[in-house]
Design a protein around this ligand. Structure first.
Ligand code: F6R
Length: 366
């Protein structure tokens, strides 16, 4: 069953090109974006909304955070993302013109299901599930559904479910952009082309494994780690920190790099390895100046850069170059090295990678 891999987590990380390709099947070949990707009633539903509320827990919440950037930038829809266990008990302002998107790998997470029902109970009936399990409670509860095609995910740490959720959210943002007249045909064709090339790009990122493995020992000896990113790569930093803490038991925090000076910089010293996600985007120069601040405090830096990012080469700054792809889709590629890093640190530490202590694969109780 492990097909030559040492753990399900490793197998599932390496299944990502296929999982993403399967999730994109409906737009394979010459197919165009259409609301029908999200169910027969989607066109009507999408026409009736003017904002989006995304609900999820853990890794699925992080996917929603990336989705927010895309929905606002491409579809022009005001979007909020909430942790389901908070939303369900919070006194919030219901709005019938909101598309409520529940994201869940299992479709059975108690808080996400309850949050979805809570929204419905308050008159928010335009609902969409992004889910990996067709017959699940969340799929049955939402009006619309988009099924990710990650296949069964056995490792407790979510990997291929996350990248397929991001793929689904990219399709959602672009479909809504198109329906709202914000995606000219030529741009749609380019974006679809970038999506179709994503599985091959993921394959190239997976080839970085031997380089990432060389970093693992350095982390295994430490008690703490800090993950930094900006923009759509802030949630990727959060996800990298979550992966590391859940399977290697090293305390890890993810931060938007611009927040460093507002507190976490006080933690930074020689004992604190800092991981940065540094694609070549509009925020790169800002991120680099954040990294200098970290370096000045003696922390060792581990940067996932992109060709031309111009990071690395100095003492104490280690860099691995992640192959370039379409800028919108960069977070889908940049999370993969972080998954591999967490995996290899856990291997060095000898933890139970697929079944980390105290955690269950599906959290069906509060
Ligand atoms: C982390 C992880 C969890 C889940 C969370 C939600 O690696 O797997 O944080 O993402 O429990 O689960 P689903 O997506 O099944 O609702």
């Amino acid at each position: 069953q492990l097909a030559g891999y040492r753990h399900y987590m490793q197998k599932e990380i390496f299944e990502q090109p296929e999982a993403v390709a399967d999730t994109l099947e409906a737009v394979a070949g010459g197919a165009r974006l259409t609301p029908a990707l999200f169910g027969p009633e989607a066109e009507k539903t999408f026409a009736a909304i003017d904002r989006v509320l995304i609900l999820g827990c853990g890794t699925s919440f992080h996917a929603g955070m990336v989705g927010r950037y895309w929905l606002e930038e491409y579809a022009g829809l005001p979007t909020t993302v909430e942790i389901a266990s908070e939303y369900r008990y919070r006194v919030s302002v219901p709005d019938a013109k909101t598309l409520v998107v529940a994201i869940s790998q299992s479709g059975e997470t108690a808080d996400t299901l309850a949050a979805l029902r809570h929204a419905q109970g308050r008159g928010m009936t335009q609902t969409l599930a992004i889910c990996n399990v067709p017959e699940s409670a969340i799929v049955r509860t939402a009006r619309l559904a988009f099924l990710t095609r990650a296949g069964p995910e056995i490792g407790v740490a979510s990997t291929k479910a996350f990248t397929t959720q991001l793929t689904a959210l990219a399709l959602l943002a672009l479909t809504l952009a198109k329906q709202r007249g914000r995606l000219p045909e030529a741009v749609e064709a380019n974006r679809l082309d970038a999506l179709r090339r994503l599985p091959a790009a993921l394959g190239r990122v997976l080839q970085l494994e031997p380089q990432i493995e060389q970093w693992a020992q350095r982390f295994a000896e430490r008690q703490h780690a800090l993950f930094l990113g900006r923009g759509t790569h802030w949630p990727i930093a959060l996800e990298g920190a979550l992966k590391l803490k859940e399977i290697s038991y090293i305390h890890a925090e993810g931060y938007p790099a611009g927040e460093l000076k507002h507190g976490p910089l006080a933690l930074v010293d020689r004992e604190m390895p800092v991981v940065a996600v540094a694609p070549r985007d509009d925020l790169l120069e800002k991120l680099k100046s954040n990294l200098q601040e970290v370096r000045a405090r003696g922390a060792e830096l581990f940067v996932f850069a992109e060709d031309g990012s111009g990071v690395g080469g100095e003492e104490g700054v280690h860099a691995i170059v992640v192959p370039s792809h379409d800028a919108m889709l960069a977070p889908i590629l940049h999370v993969v090295p972080l998954q591999l890093l967490a995996y290899h640190v856990a291997l060095v530490k000898g933890t139970d990678v697929d079944k980390p202590r105290n955690l269950a694969k599906s959290v069906t109780v509060e």
